[in-house]
Design a protein. Structure first.
Length: 118
């Protein structure tokens, strides 16, 4: 009887943990975080610099930047969208990823704006 009780609890624990598993075809969390960070940087670049050029289409330029990032990471837009949809529907994983990105961005800001010590 006790063995069944242990098996039952182990099954519940495994079922609970499997909700955070990344399915096949979904980009791993660390890599997805890198891609999202680069996308954010690309969007900032386009919004800050490229959009000031009235001869350029902002949306087309952002799409070009996305394609560069996808090529760099050897993924397709469809893989990115599938992965983004997965993570956005799994709020625990997504929140952890976004918190990590926020911390990374804060470190970068600190590096850029750090005043030299005399």
């Amino acid at each position: 009887m006790r063995m069944w009780y242990i098996v039952l609890i182990a099954g519940w624990l495994l079922a609970g943990c499997s909700g955070n598993k990344v399915p096949s075809g979904v980009i791993e969390p660390h890599e997805m975080g890198n891609i999202l960070f680069e996308i954010t940087m690309a969007e900032e670049f386009v919004n800050s610099y490229v959009s000031k050029d009235s001869s350029k289409n902002k949306e087309a330029e952002i799409q070009k930047e996305y394609q560069k990032i996808f090529l760099l990471h050897k993924i397709t837009e469809a893989q990115f969208k599938k992965s983004y949809d997965f993570y956005s529907s799994h709020t625990g994983i997504f929140k952890t990823m976004m918190d990590s990105l926020n911390a990374r961005a804060q470190r970068k800001r600190n590096e850029v704006y750090q005043m030299p010590m005399d």
